[in-house]
Design a protein around this ligand. Structure first.
Ligand code: B12
Ligand code: SF4
Ligand code: SF4
Length: 398
């Protein structure tokens, strides 16, 4: 309990936790340490087609240019991993199944986080009459990870995600830009990765170019969620059965054995009672019409990508599946041909071709494995689907 004599910063943290945030930190508006890296990333074109990443110039790196009254930033995190969901590793390694990013198994986090930040702001407003604020989560030109690192919520891992040494990385971030003068928390200044390079080794598309630097154009999360266009042919086999986002650089991260489960009912996989997204077959998703897609995914972040992109992603995953019978795959892929857009058709035709290859190769059962190997910038090739030597999650989900 707080009383009138408790300093405001402590009250804010108390209220934040009471409202359900997993952690709350405070920092100032000086992100100058990160500005150079950010603009170098843009300069290198690593943001690909995400034009919104370059649109706002220094508003992203200088919080007072976005919101002039800002003096302190309250940074929050919220755990999202549902430890009662089906094992992500089992889904990833069974290519009849669809792999959906763990953050998208439940309801869209944007609304939930924003509402909760609003509730925190309301509490503060009761105590501070001239309180001014703006709430953000993933929605505006805000450098959320550097803010979180500065506010003491975790360090930036080599996979570029914020990792807390006692909670891993499976959490969302959000912020309140405020006109309050609050004491800053001690920042994380030391990267906790040490000699580990598991995420760099295991990233299916070699999207992690260097310590903390992601080329989004190669990242499966970008390709399946953000990118509306024609997915480069050489990357398609590497996408495997990941139809929405990718978690590999978190699944192999040793810090994630300290993951804390989500306590939010909205983030649990069983929120969709009919179509539990933690355990669903590619072919049953392929049967969904556009209206079923919209109805079945009511409130899900997946809906944002729209039906054509959904079908495009599914086509790639079905094309990559070695477990689905080739003749059946070819037949079922044809059912959507010519119905959506020429771009989707191109991906469907590619997928059909993948299944025709083994049939043409006269293998005894027509199902000889597709031995893709990848020629990567760092010159190592690997069979896919790959199996990492070790995955780190609390015992229950493995
Ligand atoms: C664009 C974006 C993406 C892009 C680009 C990813 C990227 N690494 O930048 C794509 C679509 C690929 C993506 C994917 C994912 N994303 Co995203 N994404 C964003 C977004 C909107 C902006 C990030 C950004 O500014 N990137 C530009 C780079 C340069 O900035 P940065 O990585 O923050 O970089 C800073 C530090 O890395 C540091 N830095 C730079 N170089 C170096 C080098 C070293 C050695 C060190 C220590 C630091 C360092 O300085 C940089 C700033 O200048 C944020 C929300 C937001 N508004 O911030 C969510 C956000 C980062 N994403 C998030 C998530 C959950 C994901 C996914 C896990 C989703 C999924 N499962 O598919 C993946 C993870 C992929 C990955 N390894 O990054 C969460 C991360 C939570 C966390 N624990 O960190 C965020 C914060 C959304 C949220 N509100 O919760 N994302
Ligand atoms: S999300 Fe997947 S593709 Fe993107 S960097 Fe991580 S492992 Fe690589
Ligand atoms: S997998 Fe290893 S290198 Fe990558 S973020 Fe985790 S600790 Fe760091």
């Amino acid at each position: 309990m707080t009383d009138a004599t408790t300093p405001l910063a402590l009250k804010i943290k108390y209220w934040g936790k009471e409202l359900g945030f997993s952690d709350v930190g405070i920092t100032n508006t000086d992100l100058s340490h990160y500005e150079g890296d950010y603009f170098q990333w843009i300069e290198n074109n690593y943001h690909g087609d995400m034009a919104y990443m370059e649109r706002h110039g220094t508003k992203r790196t200088r919080p007072t240019e976005l919101e002039p009254s800002t003096l302190s930033i309250i940074s929050v995190r919220l755990n999202y991993l549902d430890l009662n969901a089906k094992s992500p590793i089992e889904q990833l390694h069974n290519d009849q199944q669809a792999y959906i990013s763990r953050y998208a198994l439940g309801k869209d986090y944007h609304k939930l986080l924003r509402k909760r930040l609003q509730a925190l702001a309301n509490k503060i407003a009761q105590e501070v009459p001239d309180f001014q604020y703006r709430a953000f989560t993933d929605s505006a030109p805000v450098l959320e990870r550097p803010i979180a690192e500065k506010a003491g919520l975790g360090f930036t891992g080599k996979n570029s995600l914020i990792i807390h040494p006692r909670a891993g990385s499976w959490f969302f971030l959000g912020e309140l830009y405020t006109n309050l003068t609050l004491p800053s928390d001690p920042p994380f200044t030391k990267q906790g990765c040490g000699p580990c390079t598991a995420c760099i080794q295991e990233c299916p598309t070699d999207a992690i170019l260097d310590n903390g630097v992601i080329d989004a154009r190669r990242c499966i999360s970008y390709l399946t969620i953000e990118f509306k266009g024609n997915i480069p042919i050489e990357l398609r086999p590497l996408i495997g059965n990941r139809i929405y986002g990718c978690d590999d650089c978190q699944l192999v991260c040793p810090w994630n054995k300290f993951t804390k489960p989500t306590e939010e009912a909205a983030f649990k996989a069983n929120i969709y009672t009919k179509n539990s997204l933690d355990n669903i077959q590619l072919l049953s998703l392929w049967q969904w019409s556009e209206s079923q897609f919209l109805k079945n995914l009511e409130g899900s972040p997946i809906r944002r990508i729209g039906y054509p992109q959904w079908v495009r992603n599914l086509a790639i995953a079905i094309g990559n599946s070695q477990a689905i019978n080739a003749e059946k795959a070819i037949h079922i892929l044809h059912t959507q041909l010519g119905k959506i857009t020429p771009l989707v058709d191109e991906h469907i035709l590619w997928a059909i071709q993948q299944h025709k290859k083994p049939l043409l190769s006269n293998s005894p059962n027509g199902l000889s494995p597709k031995n893709y190997s990848k020629d990567t910038p760092n010159q190592h090739s690997r069979q896919i689907p790959f199996h990492a030597p070790k995955y780190y999650l609390p015992f229950k989900v493995l």
